[in-house]
Design a protein around this ligand. Structure first.
Ligand SMILES: [Zn+2]
Length: 426
């Protein structure tokens, strides 16, 4: 049994939003699972010896972040100048992904990617790899070695990308089936059937992906939807049978409550209504949308349409793996849309909300007893302006707001996965 004593905050309900804060709290972890959480006073009354605690009175202990949309090979193209999405994919992303045909390169990059997530305080992610089976194997292995909960998939693409990145409808399904049988449900790992986006998959491949999901209904689906105006126009040319972007996926059995769609910036009322009815989720990727100039998501409109919205980095369109920076960008995008995102709402999205979007809220997302012990400590670097600003905070909400506006990897002082430490920087 390990005991941690600190200031602790976690979200216990997303709608309506509800959360618990312990000014002096204790978290008990045994065999990777949260056994108990509460005020130190209660533990003391019950005769618990508080001197055995790992005590960090000034830090803030929160659940690990969850990232619902990120591309592992794209750590190599973060911060690559480009006017727009399709140009950026052609110029940087596809050439970078070609390097992942080399197994040794892919294995080293998988380690760097997972270490980067953990350094940023992200303990679970839903990840697009690339089209190479061995590169996907390497990512699952890197997560398994660390006991991490991770969902990932080999990207399916059989057209409109460099030939060496293409699979075929049949090869894509065969490789995906191999990976599902090897990794899905093993330890804390899960598989997402991953057609990259409508432009890079033929109708035959999308249909095969939908059939594959039906064969393994416990898996997930991840892809992109309505990210950029030029992209949407291309989708119309590539899939002329479909009435709109969402319909490309609907007609091929890819829209349901296990599907997470990146972006959704330009969805029509009809698309939003159909997405809500099917239970499909969106991943809001503010850093990526700002960097690529794709657009400003209207989060209020999406929410009022009844569509579940999660939040994600979308590295490498996104400019970093830090969910704190992503929340800061979300705040700014929402400001420009006339909506002021509150800190606890933002943290709810990045933890319990994202767990819900992936159907994983029974095991992760907060620190209720019985959940997996994935958590992080936040603390400002000594002598920093951030530390000075935090000292002036009058509430934990204000403190979280300061962290999401000013924080990044540097404030994550330690990351625990399944109760085991993965990173300690101070
Ligand atoms: Zn993406």
């Amino acid at each position: 049994m390990n005991a941690f004593r600190s200031r602790i905050v976690h979200v216990i309900e997303t709608a309506p939003l509800d959360w618990v804060y312990f000014e002096d709290g204790v978290l008990l972890v045994q065999d990777g699972i949260v056994r108990d959480i509460g005020p130190a006073e209660r533990f003391e009354k019950e005769g618990f010896d508080l001197s055995q605690c790992d005590w960090r009175p000034n830090d803030l202990l929160i659940p690990g972040f969850i990232d619902t949309h990120v591309h592992s090979p794209q750590i190599d193209v973060i911060a690559s100048w480009s006017p727009r999405l399709l140009d950026w994919l052609d110029r940087y992303t596809f050439p970078a992904e070609l390097k992942f045909a080399d197994e040794a390169y892919a294995t080293a990059a998988a380690d760097d990617f997972i270490n980067g997530l953990l350094a940023a305080g992200t303990t679970t992610a839903m990840v697009f790899v690339t089209s190479f089976l061995a590169a996907t194997d390497a990512l699952f292995e890197a997560a398994r070695m660390r006991g991490m909960r991770l969902i990932a998939g080999k990207v399916l693409m059989d057209q409109n990308v460099p030939a060496a990145l293409c699979d075929t409808a049949q090869q894509g399904v065969d490789d995906s089936r191999y990976l599902i049988e090897k990794w899905h449900g093993k330890d804390r790992l899960g598989y997402a059937v991953s057609p990259r986006f409508a432009i890079s998959s033929s109708r035959a491949q999308l249909r095969a992906a939908g059939d594959l999901f039906r064969e393994f209904p416990g898996t997930w689906i991840q892809t992109h939807l309505s990210e950029d105006r030029e992209e949407i126009a291309r989708v119309r040319e590539v899939h002329p049978y479909a009435r709109d972007y969402l319909d490309v996926y609907e007609q091929n059995g890819l829209v349901n409550d296990r599907a997470v769609f990146g972006h959704g910036l330009y969805l029509s009322d009809s698309e939003l209504e159909r997405l809500a009815t099917a239970g499909g989720k969106l991943a809001f990727c503010p850093s990526s949308n700002l960097f690529l100039g794709s657009g400003l998501l209207d989060m209020e409109r999406i929410r009022s349409a009844g569509v579940d919205i999660s939040i994600a980095t979308d590295v490498g369109g996104g400019t970093g793996l830090s969910m704190l920076k992503t929340l800061g960008d979300a705040y700014k995008v929402c400001q420009l849309r006339g909506y002021s995102l509150e800190a606890m709402d933002a943290f709810a999205m990045a933890t319990l909300g994202n767990a819900r979007a992936m159907g994983l809220d029974s095991c992760i997302g907060n620190l209720e007893p019985g959940k997996e012990a994935d958590f992080i400590f936040l603390s400002p670097p000594d002598g920093s302006i951030l530390g000075r600003r935090l000292d002036l905070c009058l509430s934990v909400e204000e403190e979280l707001f300061v962290y999401m506006m000013l924080g990044d990897e540097g404030v994550i002082s330690e990351t625990f996965v399944g109760g085991r430490t993965m990173k300690r920087i101070r």
